[in-house]
Design a binder for this molecule. Structure first.
Ligand code: KG4
Ligand code: ZN
Length: 339
C-alpha cells in the first residue's frame, strides 16, 4: 500500500496542492494570482487574501484528481518558509487544522530544499534516473540564488549565494524598467527568442568565490536605458527583443560562470538547476551545453516543477515521512531562509 501525502505550497503568490503516492505524483494543482499584475509585483496583503480564497478549492481539486479519499492520507506536508509570512500562515494554519481533523501528522518543508527535491519526483513523464549524490544544484528563484552541494536528501550545503538581489528579481526588475508587466522573467525569455544576445553589453560583477551579485547589473541597465531614452524616447520599444536577449544572456552567463567554477572546485559532475528561473530557456540550453562541453550529467526539472508548485513539497514530505521527521503542532512559519 503506497504512502499518500498531501503537499501544500503557499509561500508567495501561488496556491498549490499535490498528492504523492510514495515518490509518484498523482496530482499537482496550482492557482496563480493574477491580482498582482496591475501593481507590478506581489502585494503581500493581497497574496494572503487570495490564498484564503484558493486554498480549499485547490486542495479539493488535488485530492479529487489523485482519486483518493482524504482519510487515506498519511500526512500533510506544508511549506514552513521562507516566504511572505501572511501567505505562509494560510498554508500552515490550513495544514495543521486538516492534520488535526484527520488525526495524522504534519511535515514541515523548507521551500528552497523542496525546489532541489523536485529532482526526485517521479511521474508519468519520468524518463531519466534521479541525480546521484553528491550533486550540485543552482537554485534560482525570485528571492534566492544559491549553489548548493547535496550529499543526501537531508544534507545540503550552500557553497555560494547572492549577496544582494536574486536572479529572478533581476529579470523582474529589468522587465519593469522596460515597462513590461510582472512577472517579467517569462516575458523576457519569450521576447529574447527574437533578439540578438550580443547587441548590448552589460558589465558583469567580479565577486570572489562562489557568491553572486546582481544589484550592479540592475543599476547598469537602469542608467543605460535612461541615457538612451534621452537620445531617443522610442529606444526601448525599437530594441525590445535585443534588450531582452542581451539582459538574459548576461544573467545566464553570470550564473553559468559560477556553476562551472563550483563544478571545477568540487570535482562534482552531476549538475542540476532548480527554482523559477530554471524555467528560462537560455539557462536550460546553457546547462545542456555544459553536458557536452564539460562532460556534466545534467538535471533540469520539468517546467511544472521549476516554478512554485506543491509537488516538490509533497515529495520532500514523503522522504521526511520515511525518516519519521514530523512537524511540531506549535511551530510557526519563518520568512527568511534558515537553511
Ligand atoms: O521559484 P519561483 O516560482 O518563486 C520563488 O520562490 O521566488 O520563482 C519565481 C521567479 C520570478 O522572478 C520569475 O520571473 C522567474 O522565477 N521566472 C523566470 C522564468 N519563469 C519564471 N525567469 C526567467 N525566465 C523564465 N522563463
Ligand atoms: Zn520558489
Amino acid at each position: 500500500m503506497p504512502v499518500f501525502i498531501l503537499g501544500i505550497e503557499s509561500s508567495c503568490d501561488d496556491t498549490s496542492a499535490s498528492v504523492v503516492a510514495d515518490d509518484y505524483i498523482l496530482s499537482n494543482v496550482t492557482a496563480s494570482q493574477e491580482v498582482h499584475r496591475m501593481y507590478g509585483g506581489v502585494v503581500p496583503e493581497l497574496a494572503s487574501r487570495a490564498h484564503q480564497q484558493n486554498i480549499i478549492p485547490v486542495i479539493h481539486a488535488a485530492v479529487t484528481k489523485a482519486n483518493i479519499q482524504k482519510n487515506q492520507l498519511a500526512a500533510v506536508a506544508y511549506t514552513k518558509g521562507p516566504g511572505l509570512l501572511g501567505s505562509l500562515l494560510v498554508g500552515t494554519s490550513f495544514a495543521k487544522s486538516l492534520a488535526v481533523g484527520l488525526k495524522i501528522p504534519t511535515i514541515e518543508v523548507d521551500h528552497l530544499q523542496a525546489h532541489i527535491m523536485a529532482h526526485f519526483i517521479r511521474d508519468q513523464y519520468s524518463t531519466k534516473p534521479v541525480p546521484e549524490f553528491p550533486f550540485l544544484c543552482l537554485t534560482v528563484s525570485g528571492g534566492h540564488t544559491q549553489i548548493v552541494r547535496i550529499d543526501d536528501h537531508f544534507s545540503m550545503h550552500i557553497l555560494g549565494q547572492t549577496i544582494d538581489d536574486a536572479a529572478g528579481e533581476t529579470f523582474d526588475k529589468a522587465a519593469k524598467i522596460m515597462g513590461l508587466p510582472y512577472p517579467g522573467g517569462p516575458l523576457i525569455d519569450k521576447l529574447a527568442r527574437e533578439g540578438d544576445p550580443e547587441k548590448f553589453h552589460f558589465s558583469k560583477p567580479s565577486i570572489p568565490g562562489l557568491d553572486f551579485s546582481f544589484s550592479g547589473l540592475k543599476t547598469s541597465i537602469l542608467y543605460f536605458l535612461r541615457d538612451r531614452i534621452k537620445e531617443n524616447p522610442d529606444f526601448i520599444e525599437k530594441n525590445k527583443t535585443d534588450l531582452c536577449a542581451s539582459i538574459q544572456y548576461t544573467i545566464v552567463s553570470i550564473l553559468m560562470q559560477k556553476l562551472k567554477k563550483a563544478a571545477d572546485e568540487t570535482g562534482i559532475r552531476e549538475v542540476a538547476i532548480a527554482g523559477g528561473v530554471s524555467a528560462n530557456s537560455a539557462l536550460r540550453a546553457a546547462l545542456l551545453e555544459g553536458q557536452n562541453q564539460y562532460n556534466w550529467n545534467v538535471f533540469i526539472p520539468r517546467l511544472e516543477y521549476s516554478t512554485d508548485n506543491a509537488a516538490m513539497i509533497a515529495i520532500t514530505g514523503y522522504y521526511k515521512y520515511l525518516k519519521g521527521n514530523f512537524g511540531n503542532p506549535a511551530s510557526a512559519p519563518y520568512a527568511r531562509s534558515r537553511f
